[in-house]
Design a protein around this ligand. Structure first.
Ligand SMILES: *Cc1c(COP(=O)(O)O)cnc(C)c1O
Length: 399
């Protein structure tokens, strides 16, 4: 079918579909054909949403909470989130007027970028990056500037590299710790150094903390906005319910920013999606109001993730030519395959074709040397998939 591309806007013609969703779709299609696919592509927890959260949402529907909600989110939910950012993330203060609830952390990021970026502004994005950042920046007419990081520094941005990338046009730095796709966690001291450089130069920070509670090896999460009152004014903090509480399909994201920015974000939302689904927000409110119970469930999930993480890490590092950093966050590992002498995208395509193992090639994340594997998958898939990858590498790339 001819898609009549001549009718497309320049913006729409330039946009790439999300490659992570594409791999997942391909693997799911093969599975639907009855093929025995080992999927490492998933960008979501494989657990169910905690029962009490589901119950609260169902109750809200029964209670008739099926109408529009305020654009910025339910007042009670915004108040509970403001309290969380004060208590749990250590912000010196957080008023509900600084909080916006949106249909997904992804949309929170999009709105944040729309709210602060003008055409021509430069946005610094450390690579490997989450696939959507550069596209979102371009949708705002701004210019993504990619800052390479590698396994040698644990996929973390070096303060000197940040300094070296600054120009008069630099508007925003995007930080994502714990990181998708690398699982890297920025230690508090490094966060402080990076924030200090940004404050010195009047640069805003978009801190995507969607994996803030998925931490291993006693690694620590520091919210940049908690560093100082000045930092709180310059940092837009994005998070959400998807990854922490296994609620990806609920579409619930959060944003905390200086009040004028939060207000602009809410206005953008009011003219686009209106509000995050009303009854879904009641599920989220239950999670906030029963925080300890919710965190117990997260802890149980984390124990399982951690065990799988170590199994995947050991398995990958036992394959000659594959080198994997011991990342301590999210549910991803990002092994380096440069020693195999093959481009990630070719490796991933052939692996799916020959061994029915789905991984995500690094190119979509701005890496020419790595692949992303998610350990949000069963032990069975981990064992079988690792064996197949090992076999594949031995057959195809053994020198
Ligand atoms: C999953 C993810 C998000 C947002 O997810 P939502 O489902 O839209 O809440 C944001 N940033 C990163 C890095 C992610 O991996």
């Amino acid at each position: 079918m001819d898609g009549s591309p001549r009718f497309l806007s320049a913006r729409a013609a330039a946009i790439q579909p999300s490659p992570t969703l594409a791999v997942d779709a391909k693997a799911k299609a093969l599975k639907a054909e009855g093929r025995d696919v080992c999927g490492f592509g998933a960008g979501e927890p494989d657990f169910d949403t905690p029962e009490f959260i589901k119950e609260a949402c169902i109750q809200a529907i029964h209670d008739g909470k099926t109408k529009y909600a305020p654009a910025a989110g339910l007042a009670d939910l915004r108040a509970a989130l403001a309290e969380k950012y004060f208590q749990d993330n250590g912000l010196a203060s957080c008023d509900p007027s600084q909080v916006v609830v949106s249909p997904g952390g992804k949309f929170s990021c999009y709105l944040a970028i729309q709210a602060v970026c003008n055409p021509g502004d430069e946005v610094l994005i450390p690579a490997p990056f989450w696939v959507s950042y550069p596209e979102m920046v371009q949708l705002a007419g701004a210019v993504p500037k990619i800052l390479e990081t590698g396994p040698e520094n644990g996929f973390r941005l070096d303060p000197e590299a940040l300094r070296g990338a600054l120009t008069e046009k630099t508007k925003l730095l995007i930080l994502n710790s714990p990181s998708n796709p690398t699982g890297a966690v920025y230690p508090p001291e490094l966060i402080r150094q990076l924030v200090e450089i940004c404050l010195e130069h009047g640069i805003l920070i978009l801190s995507d903390e969607i994996y803030e509670y998925l931490l291993y090896d006693n690694s620590e999460h520091l919210s940049p906005a908690s560093i100082s009152e000045e930092a709180a004014k310059m940092v837009i903090t994005v998070s959400g319910f998807s990854k922490t509480f296994s609620m990806t399909g609920w579409r619930l994201g959060t944003l905390v920013a200086d009040a004028p920015i939060a207000k602009a974000v809410a206005s953008l939302q009011s003219q686009t999606t209106s509000n995050a689904t009303t009854f879904a927000q009641y599920g989220a409110l239950a999670a906030m109001r029963n925080w300890e119970q919710a965190m117990r469930e997260v802890k149980d999930m984390l124990q399982v993730f951690d065990r799988r993480r170590l199994k995947l890490l050991d398995g990958l590092n036992s394959i000659p030519g594959v080198n994997c950093v011991r990342s301590t966050g999210a549910f991803y590992l990002f092994p380096d395959i440069r020693d195999l002498g093959v481009a990630p995208v070719e490796f991933a395509d052939r692996l799916l074709e020959k061994k029915l193992v789905a991984v995500v090639a690094g190119e979509g994340f701005g890496s020419q040397t790595g692949i992303r594997l998610s350990y949000a998958t069963s032990d069975d898939v981990l064992d079988k998939g690792l064996a197949r990858i090992k076999e594949f590498v031995e057959e195809e790339y053994a020198s």
